[in-house]
Design a protein around this ligand. Structure first.
Ligand SMILES: NC(=O)c1ccc[n+]([C@@H]2O[C@H](COP(=O)([O-])OP(=O)(O)OC[C@H]3O[C@@H](n4cnc5c(N)ncnc54)[C@H](OP(=O)(O)O)[C@@H]3O)[C@@H](O)[C@H]2O)c1
Length: 274
C-alpha cells in the first residue's frame, strides 16, 4: 500500500486530488489549516488528517513529529498548501507570510521528513505556478519582499522558490532514490486569492471566475504527479505546465548558482547557526 501525504488538502486542488486518489490501495494522510474543513474532506474520502497552520512553524514541527511517529513509510509528499496573500505580514516566526506559507513551511516539513522520504524512495511533488515565470524575480537582498511588497511579486517569488527547491532536492538526493517535481495546476476556480487586496480576488471570486478551470481539473493534475511513476510518467527535477509537459519557467530556475544560494539562505533562516 502507498502512503501519500497531501498538504493544502482541506480545499481546492488538494481536496479534489484527494477525492480522485482515495482507494483501498492508498493510505491518504491529509493536512490543512482549518480543522473543520479538513475533517469534512478527510471523512468524505476516508483519510487520516492532521491540521497545521503554516504561519506557525511550530505547527509544522509538530506535524513532522506526528508523521514520523505514525508513518513507517511515505511514498509521496505533496507540498500543495499555499496561496497569494495581502502583505507584508510578519508571522509569529518573524518571516513574511507569503514566503513562509508557500516556501519556508514546505521546505521545513520536507527536511524534517527527509530520512523517511529517502528510506521510502519517495516523490516530493510541489504545486508551483505559472506565476513563478510571470511575476517572480528573486532578489537575494530582499528574499522575503519586505521592501516594496506587492502580493503578485511575493507570490511569484514564492512559487519560483518551490521550483528552485525541487531542483536542488533532485540534485542532492536523486542518487539516493528521492524524486522531486514541480508543476502548474492550471488557472483553477478555488478559494485562491480569497483576500481582497491581492489583485486576483476579482478574477477568482467574481463573474470572471467562469473562465477558470474546475477544481477537478486542477486536482487531476496534482493526482497525475502523485500517482505517476518518476522516470516514467514524469522526470525528476523538472517543472511541468498544466498540460503535463515539461515547460519553460523563470530563467532563474536554470541557474545552478541561484538554486544553490536560495537553498543555503533558506537553511540559514530556518536553522540559524548558534
Ligand atoms: N487556483 C489556481 O489557479 C492556482 C494556480 C497556480 C497555483 N496554485 C497553487 O495551488 C495550491 C492550492 O491552491 P488552491 O487553488 O487549491 O487554493 P485554495 O482553495 O485556497 O486551497 C489552499 C489550500 O492551502 C491551505 N492553506 C492556506 N493557507 C495555509 C496555512 N497558513 N497553513 C496551512 N495550510 C494553508 C488551505 O487550507 P484552509 O482551506 O484550511 O485554509 C487549503 O487547503 C497553492 O499552492 C496555490 O498557490 C493555484
Amino acid at each position: 500500500m502507498r502512503t501519500v501525504v497531501i498538504t493544502g488538502a482541506s480545499d481546492g486542488i488538494g481536496a479534489a486530488a484527494s477525492a480522485l486518489l482515495a482507494s483501498d490501495d492508498v493510505r491518504l494522510v491529509l493536512v490543512g489549516r482549518s480543522p473543520t474543513k479538513l475533517k469534512a474532506v478527510a471523512e468524505r474520502v476516508g483519510a487520516e488528517h492532521h491540521a497545521a497552520d503554516f504561519t506557525h512553524l511550530d505547527d509544522v514541527r509538530d506535524l513532522a513529529n506526528t508523521l514520523n511517529a505514525s508513518l513507517d513509510r511515505i511514498d509521496v509528499l505533496a507540498n500543495n498548501a499555499g496561496g497569494i496573500f495581502a502583505g507584508p505580514v510578519k508571522t509569529a516566526d518573524g518571516f513574511e507570510k507569503t514566503f513562509q506559507v508557500n516556501h519556508l513551511a514546505p521546505f521545513l516539513l520536507t527536511h524534517l521528513l527527509l530520512d523517511r522520504l529517502i528510506e521510502s524512495r519517495a516523490a516530493v511533488v510541489a504545486t508551483s505556478s505559472v506565476g513563478a515565470r510571470l511575476f517572480g524575480h528573486i532578489d537575494f537582498d530582499d528574499l522575503q519582499n519586505w521592501r516594496n511588497f506587492h502580493p503578485r511579486k511575493a507570490y511569484g517569488d514564492a512559487k519560483l522558490a518551490n521550483i528552485l527547491f525541487t531542483k536542488e532536492l533532485h540534485r542532492r538526493f536523486h542518487a539516493q532514490g528521492l524524486s522531486a517535481v514541480a508543476f502548474h495546476p492550471g488557472n483553477i476556480a478555488t478559494n485562491f486569492a480569497a483576500e481582497k487586496r491581492t489583485g486576483f480576488n476579482r478574477i477568482y471570486h467574481g463573474p470572471l471566475s467562469a473562465v477558470l478551470a474546475s477544481p477537478k481539473t486542477g486536482g487531476a493534475n496534482l493526482a497525475h504527479f502523485i500517482a505517476g511513476t518518476p522516470g516514467q510518467d514524469w522526470q525528476s527535477g523538472e517543472y511541468y505546465g498544466s498540460h503535463r509537459k515539461i515547460t519553460r519557467t523563470n530563467p532563474q530556475a536554470s541557474d545552478p548558482t541561484i538554486i544553490a544560494r536560495h537553498w543555503r539562505q533558506t537553511e540559514h533562516l530556518l536553522f540559524p547557526p548558534p
